[in-house]
Design a protein around this ligand. Structure first.
Ligand code: ZN
Length: 372
């Protein structure tokens, strides 16, 4: 039996060029209508006993080729628990090697988070007391954009996830944040929900998540450049979230992402915007200091410089919400690589690490609100 390689499922992405006895030549499919690609997610069947050699031949032309050196691909034998596989990048080709002991093995750029799991997340929120889940708009392809609202405190906190659909660490972060907020015995949750109403937009680029896109939505738009004046046709996902924010206001926003290149957790803040006020800048510093206290994985030594985003920076979520609402606008970046400050030689930066960062981030948000 020859290897069977498949990506025809939720979030799947790979093109098969050729398959041998234990090897395959593969390519990542670019985003729908967009120029970006780096997300991959596929299964290999008929793998038992084979030393797999899977070559992604267009890796060197991907959106962030600087992310491949030192990167190790995620691998799973049950599509649930993910570890890392031996991976090398040379001459533009990413080669994954794995000795399979099961018939089916899954490979992905990061631990996937599919729409079935997202539905379970929504169901948990819906069933909880004092939580409202509403549909606030539709994606380009007509999928629902959700708003999860928790608590009734006077300050308005928005957390936003997966504008870039391939950055699945944002969904794992949302699970950790929801776990914390639904735990009545958690002192961070009770204090935060007394101080603030917490609004979650957990899966902004839901079409990209279904299609297996790295970055763009179904219209090929980078949603995190759309927050100043979202195009209602090409970026209805952002238009929907922004319209909901107009009704609630926004004192602090945390937009959760993954960075393809840097092996660190870091923040990019609205203080990089020349229009930011000293109060907003102080809020960013306060959040960073509090997150350093709350998590050994966080650091402030490495991150983006102030010019990140270039002439499109004003359309980024943290800048645009800073200007529109006077919010402390924050972007949290987590790695696809392992995290140098909290390394895990088996799993690398992992779903569990993202969940812990979700709770730690809420603790840092609470401290920021108490000071500002
Ligand atoms: Zn991103």
């Amino acid at each position: 039996m020859t290897l069977q390689i498949d990506a025809a499922f939720d979030g799947g992405n790979i093109l098969v060029q050729s398959v041998g006895d234990d090897s395959a030549e593969l390519a990542i499919r670019p985003d729908a209508d967009g120029p970006w690609f780096q997300w991959f997610y596929f299964s290999v069947r008929g793998a038992t006993g084979r030393s797999l050699r899977l070559r992604i031949v267009n890796a060197g032309a991907s959106a962030y080729p600087g992310g491949w050196p030192g990167y190790r691909a995620c691998v799973s034998t049950d599509n649930e628990t993910w570890t890392r596989a031996s991976t090398a990048f040379a001459d533009g080709v990413l080669e994954i090697r794995y000795s399979a002991r099961t018939d089916t093995v899954w490979f992905a750029f990061f631990a996937p988070y599919d729409l079935a799991r997202y539905q379970t997340f929504l169901d948990r929120a819906t069933a909880a007391p004092h939580v409202t889940v509403s549909v606030i708009g539709q994606s380009v392809l007509g999928r629902p954009i959700h708003h999860v609202r928790l608590g009734a405190g006077p300050r308005q906190v928005w957390v936003i996830g997966r504008q870039h659909s391939g950055e699945t660490m944002a969904s794992w972060w949302m699970e950790g944040a929801l776990d914390c907020l639904l735990n009545a015995d958690d002192p961070v949750a009770s204090a935060l929900l007394k101080a603030a109403t917490v609004h979650m937009a957990p899966l902004v680029n839901i079409d990209g998540a279904a299609l297996g896109n790295l970055r763009g939505n179904a219209a090929g738009i980078d949603l995190n450049r759309q927050w100043r004046e979202p195009d209602p046709v090409k970026a209805p996902e952002v238009a929907a979230v922004l319209a909901a924010m107009e009704k609630t206001g926004c004192d602090l926003s945390l937009d959760v992402h993954g960075d393809e290149t840097l092996p660190h957790v870091f923040v990019d803040g609205c203080d990089h915007d020349p229009q930011a006020t000293p109060t907003q800048a102080a809020g960013v510093r306060r959040f960073e200091a509090a997150l350093m206290q709350a998590s050994p994985a966080f650091q402030t030594r490495v991150g983006y410089d102030a010019s990140y985003g270039g002439d499109q920076a004003a359309g980024m979520c943290n800048r645009a919400l800073g200007r529109r609402f006077g919010a402390v606008g924050l972007t949290l970046e987590m790695p696809f690589h392992d995290c140098q400050e909290a390394p895990d030689p088996v799993a690398g930066w992992s779903p569990d690490a993202c969940r812990l960062m979700g709770r730690a981030s809420l603790a840092a948000i609470l401290e920021t609100l108490q000071a500002n």
